[in-house]
Design a protein around this ligand. Structure first.
Ligand SMILES: [Zn+2]
Ligand SMILES: [Zn+2]
Length: 136
């Protein structure tokens, strides 16, 4: 386990996340496109206890996920950077952290891709791809 620091664009909020591997899972879903403004998002699923907010306070935006259960997104109230989200479908102790916001993450490898069904036509596959989610 290694602890990585992350911060939002404006610097009003910051956090530290403990991760087992320095790698990304690419999510191609349409919600990530809309919320992030990019072709995909870069994430990792970690235990909630591995994340500490070290500066400021994040706001919450809630929507209904495909499962019909709520998804809570935690973001900086000033610049709207999304730090992490929590899917009720995953249970109370698991969160999805935006790995690209952590220190050094530009050098990390792509470990897997999810929601491959929503991939942009011109995007090449860079890791093992799942049409939606990996089988659990
Ligand atoms: Zn901010
Ligand atoms: Zn997504």
């Amino acid at each position: 386990m290694t602890t990585y620091n992350g911060k939002c664009h404006c610097g009003q909020t910051a956090w530290a996340a403990e991760l087992p591997e320095n790698e990304h899972i690419l999510c191609h879903c349409d919600t990530c496109k809309q919320l992030g403004g990019g072709a995909y998002s870069l994430n990792q699923i970690i235990p909630k206890k591995n994340l500490k907010i070290t500066k400021g306070a994040l706001k919450t935006y809630t929507y209904k996920g495909d499962s019909g259960k709520s998804v809570n997104c935690y973001y900086c109230p000033n610049c709207t950077t999304h730090a992490y989200h929590h899917q009720e479908a995953m249970g109370p102790d698991t969160i999805v952290i935006r790995t690209i916001l952590l220190d050094g993450a530009k050098k990390w490898k792509a470990h897997a891709e999810i929601f491959g069904k929503d991939r942009m036509d011109w995007e090449k596959e860079v890791a093992t791809t799942f049409e939606v989610m990996p089988p659990s």
